[in-house]
Design a protein around this ligand. Structure first.
Ligand code: AKB
Length: 319
């Protein structure tokens, strides 16, 4: 019989859409959602919800054994800006959580998915067409935990045979759950403000170019990577993946095609600007394309149109 799937950090930006995607592919009865917070409405698309603090080994062990878990999608982590404000907590949660999860995975024969990030690169990395294998000397605590996480997963795969896989995700755009604490969060906030007020004040400068992806593509990438033939995966723990890259100015221009009176101005936040300036402008995801057939469905135009449609419906006052 197939073993079950555990998602940590299930109430976060990725988890809110990954749980339904996993339930659709594998059946809701096989998916267990967990988070350190309690859900407002029960288990949602999963069969069960567990209150789980990933810095507590015993709690992870109990959930994995009780639900006969065979794969852990480990999403619980702090994002870049909040990690830079609270570096000690970021190390404790991002590294301490991963170490405990992968140890429990080793003991129980589970596969592990880990989201890495474009934040795993730093100012000495080539910023355009950033190769899959290149210099990784990040200058943020978030980046330090992401590179260390990639290496830890490689180590557990090589040393203990843990089927650990991962993606270097770009900024993620979603109409379901807010990100909270990231450098790329502007690309979500801007849609809420465009619909509500026709105006947005951006915390990154107009020409800051970063890779981005719409959440349906991100959940597709995660699900497809974990289902991929392991014999074809050379870079199993840290595939560059992207779908588009743009600047705040270019995103505002695209929104203006649908909301003609939308205006943007800029009040640059030095912390988040410095983080963005240390990241690549455009990464090369050729290895993901070659090794497991990665191909996104959404570009800037189709993402913008879908975001505005879905968010307008969500934010419309009830009749
Ligand atoms: C962040 O901005 O921290 C994340 C990321 C790119 O990893 N969205």
């Amino acid at each position: 019989m197939e073993r079950n799937i555990l998602v940590t950090g299930a109430l976060g930006q990725i988890g809110s859409e990954l749980v339904p995607a996993l339930a659709e592919r594998y059946g809701a009865e096989r998916v267990v959602a967990s988070d350190v917070r309690m859900p407002p409405d029960g288990a949602g698309a999963a069969s069960a919800f567990e209150h789980l603090d990933c810095t507590k080994t015993q709690q992870i062990q109990d959930v994995v054994r009780r639900h006969d878990i065979g794969a852990i999608y480990h999403l619980a982590a702090l994002l870049s800006a909040i990690a830079e404000e609270k570096p000690q907590l970021a190390w404790h949660l991002n590294m301490g959580g991963l170490y405990r999860v992968i140890e429990v995975a080793r003991q129980n024969g589970c596969a592990v998915f880990l989201p890495s990030s474009i934040g795993a690169f730093g100012p000495s990395t080539p910023r355009d067409d950033t190769p899959q294998d290149t210099i990784q000397r990040p200058t943020t605590m978030y980046g330090v935990t992401k590179v260390a996480g990639e290496l830890l997963c490689d180590y557990y795969a090589g040393r203990f045979g843990v089927d650990a896989r991962g993606l270097r995700l770009p900024g993620l755009i979603s109409h379901v759950a807010l990100p909270g604490g990231g450098t790329t969060d502007y690309a979500v906030d801007i849609f809420y403000q465009a619909i509500r007020y026709r105006h947005y004040t951006c915390f990154l400068s107009p020409e800051t170019r970063l890779d981005m992806m719409y959440m349906p593509d991100a959940t597709k990438a995660i699900v497809e990577l974990m289902a991929a033939d392991p014999t074809k995966l050379e870079h199993r723990n840290a595939f560059n993946v992207t779908a588009m890259n743009f600047t705040p100015d270019e995103l505002a221009a695209e929104i203006r095609k649908h909301v003609p009176d939308f205006a943007i101005d800029y009040e640059v936040d030095p912390l988040r600007q410095a983080i963005a300036d240390s990241w690549p402008r455009a990464i090369d995801d050729g290895a993901a394309q070659a090794e497991w057939g990665w191909s996104p469905d959404y570009d800037l135009a189709s993402m913008t149109q879908d975001m505005l449609e879905k968010l307008s419906a969500k934010l419309r006052p009830a009749a």
